[in-house]
Ligand binder design. Structure first.
Ligand SMILES: Cc1cc2nc3c(=O)[nH]c(=O)nc-3n(C[C@H](O)[C@H](O)[C@H](O)COP(=O)(O)OP(=O)(O)OC[C@H]3O[C@@H](n4cnc5c(N)ncnc54)[C@H](O)[C@@H]3O)c2cc1C
Length: 411
């Protein structure tokens, strides 16, 4: 009989197991379906693991109950995560408040956490896929193929559906649904968006600094500025990820979803107009009139994007000599005002970094145990909390895992 069984050996499960052991639980076992623990950690931050952020506020998360999210985070906040990382031998590198290991290696984070878990006495059992959890009196029976583990407390840390090849395939949700727990529809978040009849398609591969605003039913609701990646199907990159949670849920609710792209995020509108007019007018006077009209924009935009904009202004194959003052004004107007694109979909859980939705807080006590199943705790991506890019999802995994583990040990 174990004191605590943790199902899922990702960021939140490992943190929960360590916290449970440190809080006095005698036998703590982590059952992980992969043979490797913390597999997803290796992919985080492009292999560099952005594990928290110095700025953590309500606007960094989505949930139906942000106050509860912040309450959980306050029990093991960013300062405590930084202390923990230092305590397992990692130096810290800060980039605009985003926190990484000094090694810039997610592998170093994964290995340090695993080694610490073993040091404090957590038992790590890989290759154990949990199929169901049953309760017999006060004892939980955790069913793995051909074997039943028993324990006094169970912590479900199976993750959501994001990046299923890492092992997160939503099994925790199936187990919880069978127990009658309400799950807010899980949807992909931090995910690229698909644009209807993508007018930027020919510029696939271009990366530019831009402001991306989410428009729901023609009203701007949020925006982010950063490195926009134009793709065959649509748009990607951090400013797209930051608005994607709300965009995907709005699409799922059948709302009209558009994005507005501003390729001059640091300039006031008048300055953009004069810059464009000046460059295009100079180029039209001083370049070879027989050259294609896209050259008028190539001093301002990457080559492929200049071509897209000149096609948008006029689908005909114009030359510089064909372009008059009226066309220049038209170009400028199109570039400034016409970049509202219709979002028709997203790239799914396979390309998402996290899951929005999950177990709602009204199903959970303050210690993250389920109201309907005393002794069963939930943490990480399975809970209705998803963060922005910037270390917020790992912070949530660590905070909620720590609270669930400590609570399970002390209850
Ligand atoms: C490409 C990528 C980059 C990311 N970069 C960052 C970043 O830089 N910063 C950041 O904060 N966040 C980042 N994230 C998000 C972050 O990694 C996750 O939010 C976090 O790992 C979630 O932790 P978790 O423990 O809830 O779930 P997971 O890490 O998904 O762990 C769940 C574990 O449970 C196991 N499991 C599932 N079902 C069962 C079962 N039935 N039995 C046994 N085991 C099971 C899975 O195999 C998995 O190991 C990134 C995500 C991805 C995909």
């Amino acid at each position: 009989m174990n004191d605590v069984i943790v199902v899922g050996g990702g960021a939140s499960g490992l943190c929960a197991a360590i916290a449970a052991k440190k809080a006095g639980a005698s036998d703590v076992v982590v059952l992980e379906k992969n043979t490797e623990f913390g597999k997803k950690l290796l992919a985080t931050g492009n292999g560099r693991c952005n594990f928290t952020n110095l700025r953590i506020e309500k606007d960094c998360y989505h949930s139906d109950d942000i106050d509860r999210v912040m309450q959980v985070i306050s029990t093991f906040d960013q300062a405590e995560v930084l202390d923990f990382m230092c305590s397992v031998g990692l130096g810290i590198e800060y980039k605009n408040g985003w926190c990484y290991p000094r090694s810039m290696s997610a592998y170093s984070v994964q290995q340090a956490i695993l080694s610490h878990a073993r040091k404090v006495g957590v038992s790590l059992k890989g290759g154990k896929e949990v199929r169901d959890i049953k309760k017999n009196g006060d004892i939980f029976q955790v069913l793995v193929d051909g074997y039943t583990y028993e324990s006094k407390k169970v912590i479900l840390a199976c993750g959501g559906y994001a990046d299923p090849k890492s092992g997160s395939t939503g099994e925790g949700f199936y187990i919880l649904k069978r127990a009658g727990v309400h799950i807010k529809k899980p949807l992909p978040a931090l995910v690229p968006l698909v644009i209807k009849d993508n007018p930027l398609q020919k510029a696939a591969g271009v990366r530019v600094n831009a402001k991306v605003s989410l428009m729901l039913n023609d009203r701007e609701v949020e925006s982010d500025t950063g490195n926009l990646q134009i793709t065959e199907y649509g748009i990607s990159g951090i400013p797209v990820f930051q608005i994607s949670s709300d965009a995907v849920r709005a699409l799922d609710e059948g709302k009209s979803v558009n994005v507005k792209i501003d390729f001059f995020p640091d300039y006031p509108l008048n300055a953009v107009k004069s810059l464009l007019e000046q460059c295009v007018t100079e180029a039209s006077q001083n370049l070879d009139p027989s050259d294609p009209d896209k050259l008028l924009l190539m001093g301002i935009f990457p080559d492929k994007l200049a071509e897209v904009f000149s096609d948008m202004a006029s689908p005909d194959d114009l030359t510089i000599g064909d372009v008059d003052a009226y066309t220049i004004a038209y170009f400028v107007d199109k570039i400034i005002n016409d970049l509202v694109l219709e979002v028709s979909g997203h790239k799914g859980f396979e390309n998402a970094q996290t899951t929005s939705g999950g177990v709602t807080f009204d199903e959970l006590n303050d210690d993250l145990s389920l109201k309907k199943v005393p002794g069963l705790y939930i943490c990480g991506e399975e809970v209705d909390a998803d963060g922005l890019c910037g270390g917020y999802n790992l912070q949530w995994a660590f905070s909620s895992g720590h609270l669930a583990g400590k609570s399970a040990a002390e209850a």
